[in-house]
Ligand binder design. Structure first.
Ligand code: NI
Length: 247
C-alpha cells in the first residue's frame, strides 16, 4: 500500500492497526555502462513495494537522491551533501512521528547512504535527549540494506561469487531489469571484472574506476536472477520488518 495512493482518512484507519511504515531510500548515480542511473533508488522501491504488497504495510514515497558525492564525475549523478540529507530525513521522519508512526523502517539501496542515515537517526533521537525528554513512546528508526539481507547475500554469492563486486553489481542490475525489462541491455565489458579499491572525492573515483564499476562484472546480470533476488529480498524483508514491529 503506497502512501501516495491513499487518502488521509485511509492513513488514519491504517494507523489504528499499525504504527509501522516502510521508507525506501536510494540514490541517483551512475552504475557503470550497463546499470541505470536510478538503480539504487529503484531497487529500494521495488523491494519495499513487494513487502508492502504482500503484508499490506504502508510504503512512503522513495527518497531517490542520497549521498553520492563520489559519483559526480559521471553524467547524471546527483547528490545531497551529508548535512542536507540529514536535514531532509529529520524533517520527513518528524512529520511521520507527528501523525503517530513509531516504527520507521528504511529500506536502503545505496551503501554510501548508511553513515548519513544513521547520523540522521541520531539527530532525531538527540532532539528529545537534549531536551531531557523521552522520544514519543516506542519510536524506533531502522535502516536495512536490501543487498545485505542474509539470504540475498547468500544468493548473490552463489550466483556471481567475487564478480558481485560492490558497485554496479550484477545483482542490483538484475533486480532493476526484472522490474523494468525494457531497460535491459547486455554489453561486453572490458575488463569483465572492474577493479576494487578505495576513493575520496569524485575526481579520485573517476580516475580509479574509469567506467564507474567497483569490483563487479555487471555483464552477468539477467532478468531471471532478478526475479529470484526479488523474491528472496521480499521474504527476508518481511521477516525483518515484522521483527522490527515487535521490538
Ligand atoms: Ni548501487
Amino acid at each position: 500500500m503506497q502512501l501516495q495512493l491513499i487518502t488521509w482518512p485511509e492513513v488514519e484507519t491504517y494507523l489504528a492497526r499499525s504504527k509501522g511504515i516502510i521508507v525506501p531510500i536510494g540514490s541517483t548515480e551512475q552504475h557503470g555502462p550497463m546499470g541505470l542511473v536510478g538503480t539504487d533508488a529503484l531497487c529500494a522501491e521495488i523491494v519495499a513495494g513487494g513487502i508492502g504488497d504482500q503484508i499490506d504495510a504502508l510504503v512512503a514515497p522513495t527518497f531517490s537522491i542520497g549521498m553520492a558525492q563520489h559519483h559526480l564525475g559521471f553524467p547524471g549523478s546527483m547528490t545531497f551533501r551529508p548535512s542536507t540529507l540529514i536535514a531532509v530525513l529529520r524533517d520527513a521522519v518528524t512529520s511521520l512521528v507527528g501523525h503517530g508512526f513509531r516504527r520507521i523502517y528504511f529500506i536502503n539501496g545505496h551503501g554510501g547512504n548508511v553513515a548519513t542515515v544513521q547520523a540522521a537517526f541520531a539527530e532525531i533521537y538527540a532532539e528529545y535527549s537534549l531536551r531531557g525528554e523521552a522520544a514519543p513512546q516506542g519510536l524506533r528508526c531502522k535502516l536495512a540494506n536490501w543487498f545485505t539481507y542474509p539470504n540475498v547475500m547468500k544468493l548473490a554469492r552463489d550466483l556471481y561469487g567475487d564478480a558481485e563486486g560492490s558497485h554496479a553489481t550484477p545483482s542490483e542490475i538484475s533486480l532493476t531489469w526484472y522490474a523494468y525489462p525494457e531497460t535491459a541491455q547486455k554489453r561486453v565489458l572490458d575488463p569483465a571484472r572492474a577493479p576494487d579499491g578505495h576513493f575520496t572525492d569524485a575526481a579520485d573515483y573517476r580516475a580509479t574506476f574509469p567506467d564507474g564499476r567497483m569490483g563487479a562484472d555487471s555483464s552477468l546480470a539477467n532478468i531471471e536472477d532478478g526475479k529470484r533476488l526479488f523474491d528472496t529480498a521480499v521474504a527476508d524483508g518481511i521477516a525483518d520488518y515484522k521483527r522490527f514491529l515487535e521490538e
